[in-house]
Ligand binder design. Sequence first.
Ligand code: NAD
Length: 269
Amino acid sequence: MEISLRNQVAVVTGASSGIGSGIAKSLASAGATVIVNHSSERSTDEAKAVLKEITDAGGKGITYQCDVSKEDQVIKMFQDTVSQFGTVDILINNAGIQKDAKFTEMTIDQWNAVIGVNLTGQFLCAREAIKEFLRRGIDPSRSIACGKIIHISSVHEIIPWAGHANYASSKGAIRMLMQTLAQEYGADKIRVNSICPGAIQTPINKDAWSTPEALNSLLNLIPYNRIGQPQDIGNLAAFLASDLADYITGTSIFVDGGMTTFESFSTGG
Ligand code: NAD
């Protein structure tokens, strides 16, 4: 059994770092041409480094700067991708941020920034991707499906998170966005799923793993007793995007070392 994404074009948002970079490398190693999206001028070098790893390993792709919370930029990213590569087959809606604050101190800017990237960004990219999937139609030389969308959600799509109301709200909403799209476009053979990572070692949660004390207390939440790596998410993303997963749509898959079994109940609650 081989995971193959040959002849397919994948847009991976927020691919200059962390989970997005791991997914971009996994999809490229399965044969996809990958658009390594990054948000700003500042992240250009990181995106180029990810692309270099891809091409050094024999993969294909480009870097593309686009702020996914901006409608005009997202529309242009999809238009440019289609003019350069002919179409888009796979969207990985990964870009995400945190702006943490105690709820009563959370500013409207902190709220809007997180909802803008984590939710509106996923809406805008999914809308442009689905329009392109429908324009192209099913092409069996690429995939049995017309297109695949994978939302990167979080365990916080179901675990409430004090001090992170904006983030948890954005992830809870992604579940309904994902399921609604899977329902609305199932008959068109567009598959839509979410991956819900637990604690993955990336810059977004550096405070939770960068000292031995912090890491120990994090491991108390993870029955499998290790922190996750971007590759753990990349492995599933490649499978979910492939025809091996053709009957999987409208679901959230947790990749969390057992975090959602609620380890704190392991001693009787
Ligand atoms: P990260 O900070 O390493 O990566 C986030 C990426 O998003 C970066 O490449 C950043 O440049 C990009 N980004 C930010 N704003 C953007 C914008 N406006 N437009 C385009 N790109 C933008 O963090 P990560 O841990 O790799 O996070 C990736 C996704 O995984 C996020 O959606 C996050 O919520 C989710 N997640 C992470 C964890 C974890 O433990 N690391 C757990 C659950 C969910």
